[in-house]
Write a protein that binds this ligand. Structure first.
Ligand SMILES: NC(=O)C1=CN([C@@H]2O[C@H](COP(=O)(O)OP(=O)(O)OC[C@H]3O[C@@H](n4cnc5c(N)ncnc54)[C@H](OP(=O)(O)O)[C@@H]3O)[C@@H](O)[C@H]2O)C=CC1
Ligand SMILES: CC(=O)C(=O)O
Ligand SMILES: [Mg+2]
Length: 654
């Protein structure tokens, strides 16, 4: 924070300044040499080095165009300074559309360019919602049609338009366009229509978007760090316009959902995950940084695709790979400090476990596929006990898929059983069985197993098929984490239903095409008795004249609230007890009404409230474990979490 000409500026607001003025320079619309320019160049922070460079050229352009100034002003965005203590990292709640600016008495202001560049700045643009006063004050007259509409009407209109698109990818592109045009409207739309829009910005549509990312790419939405940037990653991080980053979601694109290696086009995943961080967990959008590490791809189709946007080479491995990751992780810590959360997403399992182990002791890291998925599935299983009875320890679990998701979930279940029953975790693991592409994981395969599978190699005869494993193990819970679609066949579901009154069947694999079975198949083949949830959403399925709704067992329930909990407590490390705490918090949100419908997850429509509960529980655990640095601990963590959440409501500009 620094002061200039009697105003106080938020450091990160400078990004808005430079962006707007740069745009104005590009468009040859000059802004006046106002205090904004001086304020940027007066800031000596190294993080703003690139801002200074940009400002120099902007100044030059401005001088050249000094006589053509029409958008000659800056605007002041009114902000309240209620949460600046949390590392400046969470945004306060602003007033409703109708609120008058005089309602806010504030010591904080953000200054950005006005006029035409304001309409082109997604962080501040309000489109037709600019009021008459704002249009006069900020040189917008004539740049907009006469009508002034509320944000609520804008939402209504956008949803109407969105529903005209029949093709999911068109909806995805319309949402991305909106995000690039008017960020607050994008989040308002997403938050208020979360159940309808989640499948658009997230699974399943984001999968197709990644597959076609080269063709639909329009604007950079995150940072691309390729082998070409080796030795210069810190420099690359400084190119990102926002300086106050709290959450990074990073992928190397090698295991995008269940679609395999999509290389650089995996960028859609960090972008999608981070939009959920803001919409579902209330993390300020400008504090989120999507990153794709491009070390090549082994996907022949992409390598031969003329529109492919990544490095046209096969994947780097070994030292070449680990040196790039090392440099990235060091640069992140150096640039953003030790409290920035790095979420690893959709790495292949031969890197994912090692990266988590390697950086887990030195950085605040979280692997969504291993840990977030484990937490969400454990929550669903806890809730399902209300329907099927018994304790966790009394059930038998069988997984199809023994990778990140499968072994991550298995381990958290074992940990919870161990805590509940005081048996050693090795003992608790004995009720959990996994099948991989070679069959049941058994002792005789031990030597050839990857390290993360070894704890699951139990004493048993070799079994090669899932059906045989189901018939032999007789699980009460069947979990699909294989990425292989339609592998829960009629015979498998019927076998599960033959010895379970209510078989619990979770088909976690994404996107929909990779789901181990559909909702309709699960209910039909189990004669309506299955307790079913899936990674990607299914519409209610009809069986025998009755409709069955199913829940979405997806880590999207966990990571936004989990991340918020880490941020509000200033946590410096992730601990497995935090994952258990998040599971408990989520399971408690499953109401009797949900259970009566066979649902083991609450509806996403309530997700912000749920995220606050999760955040509070995670933060409380961070304090209990001595991993929190934000002191003193807030008295009411739920209220605190809620109050910290980003609001997409428009702000008033004076
Ligand atoms: N719902 C959610 O929130 C989440 C869902 N997922 C989904 O889970 C799936 C798997 O992800 P992840 O665990 O990271 O992937 P991994 O690649 O780490 O693991 C996949 C596992 O499935 C096994 N497998 C693949 N095909 C078959 C088959 N036909 N029969 C039996 N086993 C098979 C593999 O066997 P082998 O080891 O022998 O190769 C491997 O053990 C993906 O579709 C992903 O989208 C992931 C995270 C969260
Ligand atoms: C949901 C998720 O993280 C995945 O499918 O990889
Ligand atoms: Mg994932």
């Amino acid at each position: 924070m620094f002061s200039l000409n009697g105003s106080t500026f938020l450091n990160n607001s400078l990004c808005g300044v430079s962006k707007s003025l740069t745009q104005s320079a590009q468009r040859k619309i000059s802004a006046p040499p106002t205090t904004v320019v001086a304020s940027v160049s007066s800031n000596g922070r190294s993080g703003d080095r690139n801002v200074g460079v940009l400002m120099e050229s902007t100044l030059k352009e401005m001088n050249e165009n000094a006589t053509s100034s029409s958008s000659a002003s800056q605007i002041t965005v009114i902000e309240k300074d209620t949460k600046s203590t949390v590392g400046g990292g969470v945004e306060d709640v602003y007033g409703e559309d109708s609120a008058t600016e005089d309602q806010y008495i504030t010591p904080w202001t953000v200054t950005v360019a006005s006029g035409y560049p304001l309409l082109r700045d997604p962080h501040y643009n309000k489109g037709l919602a600019f009021t008459e006063k704002e249009r006069d004050a900020h040189f917008l007259r004539g740049l907009l049609p006469p009508v002034v509409i509320s944000q609520a009407l804008q939402v209504k209109k956008m949803m109407h338009n969105m529903r005209q698109y029949q093709v999911p990818l068109q909806r995805y592109m319309a949402m991305m366009d909106l995000q690039e045009r008017n960020e607050r409207l994008f989040y308002k739309l997403l938050i208020e229509n979360v159940e309808e829009l989640l499948p658009v910005v997230y699974t399943p549509t984001v999968g197709e978007a990644c597959q076609k990312y080269g063709s639909i790419f329009r604007q950079p939405q995150g940072l691309f760090i390729s082998l070409k940037e080796k030795g210069r990653i810190l420099e690359v991080l400084k190119n990102w316009p926002e300086k106050k980053i709290q959450v990074i979601v990073v992928t190397d694109g090698e295991r995008i959902l269940g679609l395999g290696d999509l290389g650089c086009q995996g960028m859609g995943i960090p972008v999608g995950k981070l939009s959920l961080y803001s919409a579902l967990g209330g993390i300020r959008p400008s504090a989120c940084l999507p990153v794709t590490i491009d070390v090549g791809t082994n996907n022949e189709q992409l390598l031969n695709d003329e529109f492919y946007i990544g490095l046209r080479r096969r994947r780097a491995t070994g030292q070449e790979y680990s040196e790039l990751l090392d440099e990235f992780m060091s640069a992140v810590k150096q640039n953003y400090g030790e409290k920035v959360l790095v979420q690893f997403e959709d790495f292949a399992n031969h890197n994912a476990f090692d990266l988590l182990a390697k950086y887990g002791t030195s950085h605040l890291v979280f692997n969504d596929d291993i840990q977030g998925t484990a937490s969400v599935v454990l929550a669903g299983l806890m809730a399902s006990l209300n329907l099927v009875g018994g304790t966790l320890a009394e059930h038998t679990f069988l997984f199809l898929g023994a990778g990140e998701a499968g072994t991550g979930i298995a381990e958290l279940i074992a940990l919870e059983i161990s805590k509940q029953t005081s048996v050693p975790v090795e003992e608790a693991r004995k009720k959990i069985w996994l099948v991989d592409s070679k069959g049941l994981i058994v002792n005789s395969r031990f030597e050839s197993l990857q390290h993360f599978k070894r704890p699951w190699a139990h004493e048993h005869e070799p079994v090669t098929t899932l059906l045989e494993a189901v018939k032999t193990i007789k699980p009460t819970v069947l979990i699909g984490s294989s990425g292989a679609g339609r592998t829960f066949t009629k015979e498998v579901v019927e076998a599960m239903s033959s010895f379970n009154e209510k078989p619990v069947i979770l088909a976690l694999s994404n996107p929909t095409s990779q789901s181990e079975c559909t909702a309709e198949e699960a209910y039909t083949w189990s004669e309506g008795r299955a307790i079913f949830a899936s990674g990607s959403p299914f519409s209610p399925a009809e069986y025998n004249g009755k409709f069955y709704a199913s829940g979405q067992a997806n880590n999207a329930y966990i990571f936004p609230g989990f991340g918020l909990g880490l941020i509000i407590s200033g946590a410096i490390r992730v601990h497995e007890d935090m994952l258990l705490a998040a599971s408990e918090a989520l399971a408690e949100q499953v109401s009797q009404e949900n259970l009566d419908k066979g649902l083991i997850y609450p509806p996403f429509s309530n997700i912000r409230y749920i995220s606050a509960q999760i955040a509070a529980r995670v933060a409380a655990k961070a304090y209990e474990l001595g991993l929190a640095t934000r002191l003193p601990q807030p008295e009411n963590l739920v209220a605190y979490a809620e109050s910290c959440m980003y609001s997409p409501n428009y702000r008033n500009y004076r």
